[in-house]
Design a binder for this molecule. Structure first.
Ligand SMILES: C[S@@+](CC[C@H](N)C(=O)[O-])C[C@H]1O[C@@H](n2cnc3c(N)ncnc32)[C@H](O)[C@@H]1O
Length: 440
């Protein structure tokens, strides 16, 4: 006998009274029987898994027994559940529900390469967008038995626990694997997938605060056999390196000790050739004045596999951490990042300072503390209004962070008088005087 499901109408997917199919469509599933607690929950994925698997934790078999599955067995809990790696790449997975509660699961399934079909009467805009771009299949209707039968895995994500439980029960009756309740589809950053043989992972560590390294960057650090690090990297994250990992300091101290780029390249190649996973951890983003391209070239020439984990560059993060948005709709239409390690007029400088003075974009000067007086006077000499706001931010993201504000005419003096030291960026442009309380 069927009884009414307490699920509210208007949820996605909406539920129709049993036996009352949507005209012209297959009969909606019966979601009326309660599901036993703890029936299908998520589990952690073994980081050694092959690409295209997704962890489906604790799937209860129909007879309550645990059955070795094709994937790797992560552990049996004695509750009739099993943690397995489920190979979903290229296989159909049904997500029941397309509202905000489903967004994370849809993204994780897509990341694992599943062929995702979402059934939802009220999909979120982000889900509609994925369907419009052909990245998922979306049915704006109620779920049917046929939907359940076609899927390798049914993931319930309506946001309504009772409706989810009923859908999970219906899916299990149809013989489908289900993931519901508090179960999560584990997402592992691509870089965490180990490959055999040595390789180099270029990891951008962000401006210095260990909270500003990416999840993928953190995972790479935790997996590394060897970490080749710079002083501007968020060195606190090295505490997450695994026991026995080798840490090599190759800091380049301005006017102090430094390791040559050739030696750094040699270290990367040598350790990777020995079969190790080498993480090259730098501050900011390795491809923004970070010599990441050169290190990649050196590895490529030696036939070493390279992966890139972008970082949060200090070019935008340092201003942001000091309250300066490098773009603001009413103030500018762009920003320009340059290195000022050599002054205007220096034969090594390839920058067109006259053009930079006219861009109308915010200028972000990197490595420019020493040359700041010449840079500012050159910009003014090429017509930049001396009253243009400017700010210098030092040690962004570190407890020692400092900010000095002024104009392009006096920022060099103010920065020097305040005793700001590298690393620092200077922002020149109206955004440097940004005040979130003012909207005029
Ligand atoms: C060799 S570049 C490396 C930039 C780095 N790859 C990035 O994306 O942030 C070094 C310069 O970055 C800037 N910088 C790096 N970390 C900084 C921080 N925490 N605060 C302010 N500026 C920083 C300074 O201009 C410094 O001289």
């Amino acid at each position: 006998m069927r009884s009414s499901c307490p699920a509210r109408q208007g949820r996605s997917p909406s539920w129709s009274p049993p036996g009352r199919p949507v005209p012209g469509r297959a009969e909606p599933v019966d979601v009326t029987r309660p599901v036993a607690p703890g029936k299908a929950t998520g589990g952690r994925r073994d980081p050694r898994d092959a690409a295209g698997s997704t962890a489906v934790g604790r799937h209860q078999q129909q007879d309550g027994s645990t059955v070795p599955a094709g994937g790797e067995i992560g552990g049996s809990t004695g509750t009739g559940t099993l943690t397995v790696d489920l190979p979903v790449r290229g296989r159909p997975v049904l997500v029941a529900g397309g509202g905000p509660p489903a967004l994370g699961r849809i993204a994780a399934l897509r990341a694992a390469g599943a062929l995702v079909t979402v059934v939802s009467t009220h999909p979120a805009d982000a889900v509609t967008d994925l369907a419009d771009r052909g990245l998922i299949t979306l049915h704006r209707r109620e779920i049917t038995d046929a939907d359940l039968r076609e899927a390798l895995l049914v993931v319930t994500a309506t946001g309504d626990p009772e409706l989810d439980a009923g859908l999970a029960e219906a899916a299990e009756r149809a013989g489908r694997l289900t993931l519901s309740g508090s179960g999560a589809v584990a997402v592992e950053p691509a870089v965490e997938r180990r490959v055999s043989g040595g390789r180099v992972v270029l990891v951008g560590g962000g401006p210095g605060d260990p909270g500003l390294i990416t999840v993928a960057g953190m995972a790479a650090v935790a997996e590394a056999d060897v970490l080749v690090v710079d002083r501007l990297a968020p060195l606190a994250v090295l505490q997450r390196a695994r026991d026995g990992a080798q840490i090599i300091d190759v800091s380049k101290i301005p006017h102090g000790p430094s390791t040559s780029q050739d030696e750094i390249n040699r270290l990367l190649v040598t350790h990777a050739r020995a079969g190790r996973t080498v993480v090259r951890l730098k501050g900011g983003d390795n491809f923004v004045f970070g010599r990441g391209g050169e290190e990649w070239q050196a590895c490529e020439a030696a036939g070493i596999d390279v992966r890139i984990v972008p970082g949060v560059s200090s070019a935008t993060a340092a201003p942001a951490l000091a309250g300066i948005p490098v773009t603001h709709r009413t103030l500018n239409q762009g920003y320009t990042v340059v290195t000022a390690h050599v002054p205007p007029g220096d034969p090594r400088s390839t920058l067109d300072w006259a053009a930079l003075a006219r861009t109308g974009t915010a200028l972000v000067l990197m490595m420019g503390l020493k040359t700041l007086p010449e840079v500012c006077s050159t910009l003014i000499g090429h017509g930049l209004d001396p009253a243009t706001p400017a700010a210098t931010v030092a040690d962004a993201g570190l407890p020692s962070q400092r900010r000095v504000v002024g104009t392009v005419a006096d920022i060099a003096d103010r920065t020097r008088e305040a005793g700001l030291k590298a690393p620092a960026v200077t922002v020149i442009g109206s955004v440097a005087a940004f005040d979130p309380r003012r909207t005029d």
